[in-house]
Structures are given as C-alpha cells and as structure tokens.
Design a protein. Structure first.
Length: 689
C-alpha cells in the first residue's frame, strides 16, 4: 500500500487481470470512510503502462460495483438457459456439489471436466488451487487452446520458447511491421512506442484483412485475404533471396543449417506475382515491404494472434518468425520480432509447485480440447473418447458465448443430465445454464500475481477492498470444495500468500515483489539474440522441425480454393475480431461500454453490399449451414471485397435474436496447436425481415 497525494485516500498496488499483452500496472484509490474504490489509474512509473489505461479497464470499478453482480451462491430452479435461480447458503451449495461430484467420480472421475481460460490471467486466481483440486480428483484435463496455441506452439517450435524482443525498444525501430494486430484496440502501450518511432521517422506497415484504426495510422496497409499470411511471408523471403538482402553470416551462425537450403528452395517457388494472386494484394506492395525489411535497420515485427486463427495459422507464424532471422534483424535491440514474451517467465515461475501435478498420483486422465466443447458435450461414451461428460465446472470463461459453433455448445450445456457449476461475477450466457452459480471476486477484491505475454515484468495485485457480499476468490472456492470432497492433503489449506510464495522463485520472489513498487523486471539482455543463443536444443533457430517438417502456406479450411462448392453457396469469407470496447465477452454487460459499441454489427464492403441490396445500418442475417447470426450491417471499406467483419463477442442474450457471431464459426482446428479457426469461415449475408 502506498501513501496518496490525497491523504484522505488509500492507494493500493494492482495489475490488470485481462487477456491483453500490456498487463498494466495500476493503482486503486479507496475512500477509507466508505471503503469504496473511487479511482483506478495506470502507474506512470511503470515503463510499459506509463500512466495510461484503456477505456475498458479505466472503468473497472463500474464492473465491480455493477448492480447485477452475483453476490450469493445461486441454485437453478428453472429450465437450463432460463437464468432462474434462488439464493442458497455456501454450506448448502458446497455440500450438494460435493455429493454430486463424489457420485460421478466413484464411477469415473474423467466424466468431470474443468473449463477455464483467461477471464483472469492471474497465476493464483487462474490455475493454482483449481489445478490442485482437479489433479487430486483425477478429472479430465483441459487443453486450453481457444486463443493462442497455434501461434504459441509455432513460435516455440521455431525459437525454442515463446520469447521475443522487448516491447519498449520498438520506440527505436526504423521500420515496424504490425502483423495481425489492431494495436490501438488490443495492444495500446505497444502503440505508444510505435508512435514514438513514427515521430522519429520510422515507417509503420500494417498487415490485416480489416482496415482498422491502426491501419489508418500506418504508412502502408496490406489488406490481404484471410488465411494467406504464410504465402505473403514466403514471397517476402523470395525477394530477400533474389535481391541478396540476407544476412548470410547470421544465417550461417544461428539458423538451422540443414533446414535453410530446403526453405530457400521453397521460397524461390513463391515470386511476388504468385503471392499477390493468392493474397489478393497488389504485387508492388509485396515488393515494397520486402525491400523495407531487407534494407532498413533496425526493423521489427509486432506479430499478434489475429493471423493464426485459420487452418494454416501455425505454419504462417513459423514463416513470419523466420524473417528477422534471415535479415539479421536480431543483431539490434530494436530489431527482431515480438509475438509473446511469456516463455521468459520460466526462470521465475514454479508451475509445478503452484499446480501440483503430483496429485495425479500416476494417473493419466484424457485431455479434452476446449475448442471442441460443442461436439464433446454431445458425445456418448466410447473407447476412443472415454466416458460421457457428466459434470462441468466453469471458471474464468463464458463458453456458451465464446466457444466456436455455439448452436452445438448451447445444446450441450442444455443437457438435463449434465451437472454444471459456474464461478462467476454475473449471470452470463454460460451461468444461465448452470445448476449452481458461485460468486467470485473481481481483481479489486483478491490477491494475485501476474506475468505478461507482452513485456517482461512480474506484477503484484493486492486486494483494495473486502469481497462484496458473499463472493470469494477462486482459490478459496476450490479450497472449500476440496474440504467438502474430503481432500485432506495439506496443500489444500495453503493460503493465497503461501501460494504466492510457492509460485515465484529465483530472481523474483514474493517477498521481493512485495517490497517493490509493485513490479519487478526479468534479467534479460536488451538484444537477447544478437549472438544467437535461442532456447532451442542447439541455440539455433529451427526450420525443419521433427513432426512438423518445413513450414508452408496452407489454404483455409473454408475458401474458394479449398472448398469451391461451399464457396458457391457461401461466397463471403468472415473474420470476427473483437469489438474495441469489449475484451472477448468481458465488459459486454457494462452499460457505458456497450453504449459505445451500440449494437452487434457486421462490416460489409460497398461492392458486396450493393450486390445483395444491403443498406447501411439495416438489419441483416449472416448465415451458413451451421447457423444464423442477426446483427446490423455497416457498409464500409473497413471490410475488403469478399470479406465481412463480424465484430464480437457479444453475449448472446444481449445480442439480436439471442445470437452472436459464433453461430456460424466451426470447430475445425489449426495445423499446429489444435486451436480454433475463428477467422476461417464462409458465410452469406442477406437483409433480415
């Protein structure tokens, strides 16, 4: 706790909990007379946050004090999905939940499934006591793929880990390529460093199928067809090779020797003319970007996860990640690439101590992919699948809204024989289907630790206020569930402070973090790969990876090339990037933010709108064989011809006709990482009656 300039307020150190690379350092001002939060600000002293918060998080108190907060345990009394509940006591809820889970576990504990993701990125309130609980139970494991596993696994296959350059050094770059990222909306603090570079004369290039506000402010925008990033990367390599813009010394010393000749041969099969046809780009844009990458020093790529949500997303990330290795951009601290920095934190994070996989006691439960939950909840028991899912415990996620192919997800959650428990702040689409809703605390009410995937600081979040109503931290809810289940191992009595102490090690300990301003930086060199030393088995960047082979361009699952018959019926490609004032499905019920977004929309290019008789701001139906999504058309060149942008993710019950954009997405997976293909979808759009 810090002293405030206003001596009447108590100021508490905090960290933003949301799924964003910025992981902002915050300060929360509390009025001690009322014990209410009166202000949330970014910490000016934190290099990455530098005093600014996004619109969403600056209104976080509005979410904590929302009149619709769930503040007592609730038991369902109406049909699933109706959202009809009555309050019950914690003792009653926990006793009944434990009785139900014990009966299922006695038959087969793998019939119980946890479902969670990044509703909080906190190490404690995410997967600490919860992981211990499910390991001890022997429940099915969850493959948490829904956001980043294609790109993350691909980056790790190439570099040996999810590592990259320091975000602050983009301010010194002379060329910045923003690839698959709407940085103004989803990486605000990187954008401030990019703007510093721009003011100093740097060139900014955006690669994105949508003409975002970020693209508007860059010098060039390559508005390529969704799912063709790999083809573009290969054409850039072609130009680097034929124009002798390679750093051969860096390649010889730090790139896999037996992989480079084959990749070189493959790249030479991709002249810019071929890629221009595949990507739907002017050929000169490809040549210009290649020239910039090959001749500008230092040059940096800010790669983000938008471009890996297609069938070939993993291969595309591998190809893009190789570009700075071929030009030697890593020699400079303001050169290289950043997709994720999360791999650096292995030096200070002890995940085994936090999650206790030893509690499995030699068992090897099956693993279920969270991205196929729609299919998996509808499966019967079989030798290949295992037992039917009989119980689901959801925390830090809203799968009925966010999981792909939501018509199937809804059917699965509506099963009368599925016992569902949801830890939540609000009655979301998922909570409406629960048998019990357990009230969880928000970031202002609990202790947590945070690492980042956009910078290299460990941050502390201290509770600013006591839990509202009867809400409890996730850690405490799982402690109480463990006790109700009769789990008597001492680790289930560890306090949050004890969990924090067990989680951090080495250069950053919990005691040291408490004594810090609220964050501590990892000891990583300014130019970490100037002399190679990638965290691969031999220190070299990997090209031909066992089990993956050479990276290549793969067409989307659904495109005019890969599925011409389907494209004849559904000729429009659809991507579904997040609405600027939402973060996945978080904040959708915060009225001030929902008012800014106004309503669910789909952006349609004027040519496509004219061909279908669609008027701007008219109601439309976006549909394919999987379902129909009702929203409002925005006729705009933010969409490229042949592509529509369905901005998400609205809660279904706050959208039109009880639908959202995931009505039309599918459950097919990416080439690497078994991730969903949210931006690999064919649809048609028509005026709605």
């Amino acid at each position: 706790m810090n002293a405030s300039a206003d001596s009447t307020l108590r100021v508490v150190r905090a960290a933003c909990p949301h799924d964003c690379p910025d992981t902002c350092a915050m300060q929360v001002s509390v009025d001690p007379a009322t014990e209410r939060v009166v202000r949330i600000q970014g910490r000016a002293e934190h290099v990455t946050t530098h005093g600014a918060l996004c619109t969403k998080v600056s209104r976080y108190a509005e979410r904590t004090y929302h009149p619709e907060r769930v503040l007592t345990p609730l038991k369902r009394v109406g049909p699933k999905g109706a959202g009809q509940f009555v309050p019950v006591t914690w003792d009653e809820a926990l006793a009944d939940i434990a009785t139900r889970l014990k009966a299922i576990a006695a038959r087969d504990p793998e019939a119980i499934l946890p479902y969670s993701y990044a509703g909080t990125m906190g190490l404690l309130q995410g997967e600490s006591m919860a992981a211990r609980f499910f390991h001890r139970l022997g429940a099915s494991l969850l493959n948490r793929t829904i956001c980043a596993s294609a790109g993350g696994d691909a980056l790790a296959a190439t570099y040996g880990g999810k590592v990259g350059m320091h975000v602050r050094h983009f301010a010194e770059s002379r060329l910045i390529v923003i690839w698959g990222s709407h940085s103004i909306a989803s990486n605000l603090h990187f954008w401030t460093f990019a703007q510093q570079a721009k003011r100093a004369g740097a060139k900014l290039v955006c690669i994105d199928p949508r003409r975002t506000e970020t693209a508007d402010k860059c010098h060039a925008h390559l508005q390529l067809r969704p799912g063709t990033d790999g083809a573009l990367a290969l054409a850039l390599m072609h130009e680097l090779i034929v124009n002798d813009w390679l750093d051969q010394a860096y390649i010889d010393a730090h790139v896999q020797a037996d992989g480079w000749p084959a990749l070189r041969e493959r790249a030479l099969q991709w002249p810019p003319e071929r890629a221009a046809e595949v990507c739907g780009l002017p050929v000169e844009q490809i040549r210009d970007l290649a020239r910039d990458l090959g001749t500008t020093k230092p040059a940096a790529i800010r790669l983000n996860y938008g471009m890996q949500r297609v069938r070939g997303g993993g291969n595309a990330v591998r190809l893009v990640a190789l570009l700075p290795c071929l030009t030697g951009a890593w020699r400079h601290r303001a050169g290289g690439l950043l997709l994720s920095s999360s791999g650096w934190f292995g030096m200070v994070r002890d995940d085994a101590a936090r999650q206790r996989p030893d509690l499995l006691a030699g068992r090897s439960p099956r693993t279920i992919n969270m991205s196929t939950i729609g299919d998996d909840l509808l499966r019967e028991a079989s030798p290949d699948f295992g037992p039917k899912v009989e119980a689901l415990i959801v925390y830090n996620s809203n799968p009925v809204a966010v999981a792909p192919e939501s018509p199937k997800v809804v059917r699965g959650f509506a099963r009368d024989d599925l016992f569902t428990v949801v830890l939540e702040h609000f009655l979301t689409d998922t909570a409406d289907h629960a048998d019990y809703v357990l009230p969880a605390t928000t970031q202002l009410e609990h202790l947590d630790l945070h690492t980042s995937y956009g910078h290299t600081d460990v941050l502390l979040n201290e509770p600013a206020i006591a839990p509202l109503g009867e809400s409890l931290p996730n850690t405490e809810i799982f402690r109480r569930l463990a006790a109700a289940m009769g789990f008597d191992e001492p680790c289930f009595r560890d306090s949050d402070e004890a969990l924090a102490e067990q989680t951090l090690r080495g250069a950053v300990t919990y005691e040291a973090l408490k004594a810090s301003p609220g964050w501590m930086s990892l000891p990583i060199a300014d130019a970490p790969f100037a002399e190679g030393g990638f965290p691969t088995r031999d220190g070299r960047v990997q090209i031909d990876v066992p089990g993956l082979g050479l990276p290549d361009h793969l067409e989307p699952h659904e495109s005019v090339v890969s599925a011409p018959a389907l494209a004849a019926r559904y000729p429009l490609a659809m991507i579904s990037p997040p609405a600027r004032n939402f973060l996945n499905s978080t904040f959708v019920n915060v009225k001030s933010l929902r008012d800014i977004e106004s309503e669910p929309i789909v952006e349609v290019h004027p040519d496509d709108a004219a061909a279908r008789g669609l008027a701007d701001r008219a109601p439309v139906r976006v549909f394919n064989d999987r379902g129909s999504y009702h929203c409002t058309a925005r006729v705009s060149t933010r969409a490229r011809p042949g592509v529509v942008n369905g901005l998400g993710i609205w809660w279904r019950k706050l959208g039109s006709h009880g639908t959202n954009v995931n009505e039309v997405t599918h459950q097919q997976l990416t080439d690497i990482g078994q991730a969903p293909c949210f931006y690999d979808v064919l649809v048609e759009v028509e005026a709605a009656g």
